[in-house]
Ligand binder design. Structure first.
Ligand code: ITT
Length: 216
């Protein structure tokens, strides 16, 4: 069975990626490295991560992804800063003026909590009909430090007034999908989230590429 390295420190991502790629017959091996994400876009960061993991694991296909929640009314924040939203400094015009290098951890629960609290603070005076938001994900697949392909996915919705639900991870308790009957992604079971999610869309394309290019 061919092995594919999944480069991420986020257990929520590993669960969703494995649930879609494992049934295709590949051995999925997760690894977590501390990669400094210096890109200005989600795609740039996916490429930075895939190259970094690939340099550490040569001769093996490596998949990494960057993802984030974009709120147009908040100057597209948290966007590429989604993981460290709680610790970035933002000025009154919603420009990011300081981005510390986040402390490396695979336990995301405290960061998720702080990120959601900060988003609630920024969203509280914005009327619901102006709270459009979307998740964006970009997967990059690399081998021997060279990017082979990238795949993006998006899911659209709104930011909720309050945290709801305990499933999923990250911003799921605040994100109401456009087709989820008012429920946040954290109120959906994983199969239902996977049906619609940005990650699922991109993984469908990635899965096709993997099955056409990597022997299992
Ligand atoms: P790696 O970089 O090691 O993969 P990370 O958690 O730092 O792990 P990112 O830099 O890509 O990942 O940051 C993504 C952020 O967006 C992070 O805060 C996630 O919780 C959040 N996020 C990504 N996909 C999400 C989803 O499907 N639902 C909710 N939040 C999500």
């Amino acid at each position: 069975m061919s092995k594919i390295i999944i480069g991420t420190s986020n257990p929520g991502k590993i669960r969703e990626i494995a649930s879609i790629l494992s049934p295709l017959g590949y051995e999925i091996e997760p690894h977590a490295l501390d990669v400094y994400e210096t890109g200005k876009t989600i795609k740039d960061n996916a490429i930075i991560k895939a190259k970094a993991y690939s340099n550490v694991f040569p001769d093996t296909y490596v998949i990494a992804e960057d993802s984030g929640l974009v709120v147009p009314k908040l100057n597209n924040l948290p966007g590429p800063y989604s993981a460290r939203f709680h610790e970035i400094t933002i000025d009154d015009n919603l420009n990011v003026i300081n981005v510390p290098h986040e402390e490396f951890t695979t336990d995301k629960s405290e960061h998720d909590k702080l990120n959601n609290e900060k988003l609630l603070k920024y969203i509280k005076d914005i009327p619901f009909n102006e709270r459009a938001a979307y998740f964006e994900v970009c997967f990059a697949i690399a081998k021997n430090g060279i990017i082979q392909e990238t795949f993006s996915g998006y899911s659209y919705g709104y930011i909720s007034d309050e945290l709801r639900g305990t499933n999923g991870f990250g911003y799921d308790p605040l994100f109401i999908g456009e087709n989820t009957f008012g429920k946040t992604y954290a109120e959906l079971d994983s199969a239902r989230k996977n049906l619609k999610s940005h990650r699922k869309q991109a993984l469908k394309q990635l899965g096709l590429w993997v099955s056409q290019n990597i022997e299992n």
